[in-house]
Design a protein around this ligand. Structure first.
Ligand SMILES: CC(=O)SCCNC(=O)CCNC(=O)[C@H](O)C(C)(C)COP(=O)(O)OP(=O)(O)OC[C@H]1O[C@@H](n2cnc3c(N)ncnc32)[C@H](O)[C@@H]1OP(=O)(O)O
Length: 438
């Protein structure tokens, strides 16, 4: 792409193609080129796909043969519709960029660059102020203005690890069952969407954080195909904790069993761990950390401040590791900045650079009351802080502080004191993290 070409320009010989369900096989074929997998395209073809087809776009190329008489694909990208993506104290329409792949033969020719250009254009047309994603490789998306906005915690917790007591935890009854949409679908959907600390304005965006918002995503979640049971994992199981007959939390999990000379050394792999309060969290973790024949429990994608980190008497024994979780691209600066809440009063002018979306570039005055309404307007005033839109995305969910970014030279303070005040305001009482990969 040269500077006088539109951001959506594909190299010569390539064309965008709006995908439909008729492209299913071609899409899966391309996907298994991008993401090598032992299963065949035919095996994947039998599965429920989580895609919303209107949001799936392919790139076809001269001379690329495809199945079913249609042209094959050189690249693909899609997005999930999140009408209510959780941001601090609120929700915003967000496009979850996903299924990004380029055939190895066509890589490094600018196909991803053009696909992202088109994706961002579509986001603006649809009024989506944000785009979010999970990155296959962390070096890919920063150049497109995505910032690492959340981390998650990986643990290896020894079986029987001691937990601190929480009053009321032992008043829960426990159900351990095969995960079943008919039996558990309603309670899983309801608890996953429940706001945390509803007494805070807008809630605090827990327990389940970003939730599945399309039928296709739920169909895929509940279909539990053998294809995805890697490493000897069993079918999906669920533990539900109830108090006074009401579900107060649930966790999905799968066990693997490993017989050693010294005895069984199985692993519990958790999926969602969703609790409405501390007692329910303590009850759930008590079950997950004490299943017979297991040696360890390995939670996946926990928020860095998940209750278990404070409940474990010996957190160091759980070998905590941190990995990048959601990346955020601010697509519409004023809508995004006015659309979240702030944990301290703030009045700051941000000078934003955005090489790909010029409407975002310039000075923006952000004003907000602590946990109250916010406004954001373009201004001619000189900026108090300067930053690239990538850093704005990194700080947006409150998971990365502006001061930390300034410490790396990525935010520049022009008005003394502005950095500390803005950092305090952009933070949030609970850490963001999505418990499932989209
Ligand atoms: C949200 C998701 O779905 S994440 C899944 C992403 N998909 C994958 O990782 C599957 C395997 N990889 C691929 O399919 C491809 O290599 C992609 C999609 C990562 C990149 O597609 P390409 O068409 O090769 O990218 P494109 O040619 O537009 O490159 C744009 C720039 O990104 C850089 N880049 C591309 N991929 C990578 C990478 N994996 N690591 C580091 N830099 C990269 C290129 O070098 C180029 O840099 P430049 O602008 O300085 O020249």
């Amino acid at each position: 792409m040269t500077s006088d070409q539109p951001a959506t320009a594909l190299p010569a010989g390539y064309r965008f193609r709006q995908l439909t369900s008729a492209d299913r096989h071609a899409l899966l074929d391309l996907d298994t080129w991008a993401f090598p997998d032992p299963h065949s395209v035919d095996e994947f073809d039998a599965l429920a796909l989580p895609l919303t087809w209107e949001r799936a776009v392919g790139v076809e190329a001269d001379g690329v043969a495809g199945p079913s008489g249609r042209g094959g694909l050189a690249a693909v990208r899609a997005s999930y519709p999140f009408a209510e993506f959780p941001v601090p104290g609120a929700t915003l329409p967000t496009a979850g960029l996903t299924w990004v792949g380029v055939h190895p033969q066509h890589r490094r020719r600018g196909l991803l660059t053009a696909m992202i250009g088109q994706h961002l254009e579509r986001c603006r047309e649809r009024g989506e102020a944000l785009s979010a994603l999970f990155a296959a490789e962390t070096a890919i998306y920063g150049r497109f203005g995505y910032g690492k906005a959340a981390d998650d915690l990986r643990l290896t917790v020894p079986r029987g690890a001691a937990l601190r007591d929480v009053p009321g935890a032992d008043e829960h009854s426990v159900r351990i069952e095969h995960a079943d949409r008919v039996r558990h679908g309603e309670l899983v959907a309801r608890l996953h969407r429940a706001p945390g600390l509803p007494t805070a304005p807008g809630g605090l965006n827990r327990p389940g954080w970003a939730t599945r918002e399309s039928d296709a995503l739920w169909d895929s979640y509940w279909s539990d195909p053998k294809t995805f049971r890697t490493g000897g994992r069993e079918s999906l199981r669920v533990v539900v904790v109830e108090r006074d007959g009401e579900p107060r939390g649930y966790a999905t999990f799968r066990r693997t069993l490993d017989w050693q000379v010294t005895g069984p050394r199985g692993t519990v792999h958790t999926g969602d761990v969703v609790a409405l309060d501390a007692a329910a969290a303590r009850a759930l973790w008590g079950v997950l950390l004490d299943l017979d024949l297991m040696a360890t429990t390995e939670p996946f994608l926990l928020a860095t401040d998940d209750p278990v980190t404070s409940l474990l008497v010996d957190p160091r024994a759980a070998a905590p590791r941190v990995a990048d979780n959601v990346w955020v691209r601010v697509v519409d600066v004023p809508a995004a900045l006015a659309g979240r809440r702030y944990q301290a009063e703030v009045d700051v002018v941000l000078g934003v650079a955005d090489a790909r979306l010029p409407d975002n570039a310039g000075s923006w005055r952000l004003r907000a009351a602590a946990f109250g309404e916010a406004s954001c307007e373009r201004t001619d005033a000189a900026p108090d802080l300067e930053l690239d839109v990538r850093e704005l995305g990194a700080a947006y969910l409150g998971g990365t502080s502006l001061a930390a970014l300034a410490g790396a030279g990525l935010v520049t303070e022009r008005t003394p004191g502005a950095l500390a005040r803005a950092s305090a305001a952009f933070g949030w009482p609970v850490a963001p993290a999505c418990g499932w990969v989209f």
